[in-house]
Design a protein around this ligand. Structure first.
Ligand SMILES: *[C@@H]1O[C@H](CO)[C@@H](O)[C@H](O)[C@H]1NC(C)=O
Ligand SMILES: *[C@@H]1O[C@H](CO)[C@@H](O)[C@H](O)[C@H]1NC(C)=O
Ligand SMILES: [Ca+2]
Length: 228
């Protein structure tokens, strides 16, 4: 080998040793020296470009994953809120307070010298057991809006005064005067009542009054409309 060839080999070697693969630089001398080597370098360049593209894609994907994570977290929060609301609704649905009662027997009740709570002793329905047929008193199990109604039949031989009572207060009333010719009195009243837990609701027969006690005509009913 003469000196020129040695120089060329040395130059080619240096070129190959360079770290930075630059297509423009490869194109000239290197192609001359080792055609396979220059092909390899070109391929290497292509691989590098691909790697860079993959890196960019990866970064994009990472930021998308972050966004998805955020969305996932907020969805999780929403789901928990919804679950809680469902629980509240289920509790509401499960919490039913409903009662209706008449009076066992078939006889006049009264007149008494003092006012008396009517004992509606024949329970027709009593979901939640808030009504006590032994005392005639309904006790609100929860704070809420309730509805009560009461009806009576009486013979007309005595006046009728019935009060719907909340604790010691009159809520609504129904009355009928004593008459000689009107032997069949029927009446009633009703009210929506907002009650605190423990409030008592009952029907009070006033002194010197009389109603007919039976299961079908003299009744007391109520139910919880909704909690408040
Ligand atoms: C490659 O080398 C040429 C000539 O030295 C230069 O003009 C070009 O900018 C270089 N390319 C890269 C990607 O470095
Ligand atoms: C209702 O029952 C109670 C006892 O639980 C009694 O003291 C009261 O006199 C009864 N009321 C009427 C109207 O009979
Ligand atoms: Ca009358």
């Amino acid at each position: 080998m003469n000196f020129t060839i040695w120089m060329l080999v040395l130059f080619c070697g240096l070129t190959l040793a360079q770290n930075d693969v630059n297509e423009t630089e490869i194109s000239g001398e290197t192609k001359l020296c080792f055609p396979e080597m220059s092909l390899l370098l070109l391929e290497l360049g292509a691989v590098k470009a691909k790697l860079e593209a993959v890196e960019i894609k990866l970064e994009e994907t990472e930021s998308q994953v972050l966004v998805l994570n955020k969305i996932g977290k907020s969805l999780e929060t929403k789901l928990k809120e919804t679950e809680n609301q469902v629980l509240v609704l289920q509790e509401k649905e499960a919490f039913k307070i409903v009662f209706s009662a008449g009076i066992l027997g078939n006889a006049a009740i009264g007149p008494f010298t003092t006012s008396k709570t009517l004992n509606y002793t024949r329970v027709i329905t009593n979901l939640g057991n808030a009504y006590n047929q032994h005392t005639g008193i309904f006790v609100a199990p929860v704070r809420g809006m309730y509805y009560f109604s009461f009806f009576y039949h009486a013979g007309g031989g005595h006046p009728v005064v019935l009060f719907l009572m909340k604790n010691n207060q009159v809520v609504v009333e129904c009355t009928d005067h004593q008459t000689s010719h009107d032997a069949a009195d029927n009446g009633g009243n009703a009210a929506f009542l907002e009650l605190q837990q423990g409030d008592q609701v009952y029907v009070q027969l006033e002194a010197n009054c009389e109603v007919w006690g039976d299961s079908y005509t003299t009744t007391f009913s109520g139910f919880l409309l909704h909690k408040v």
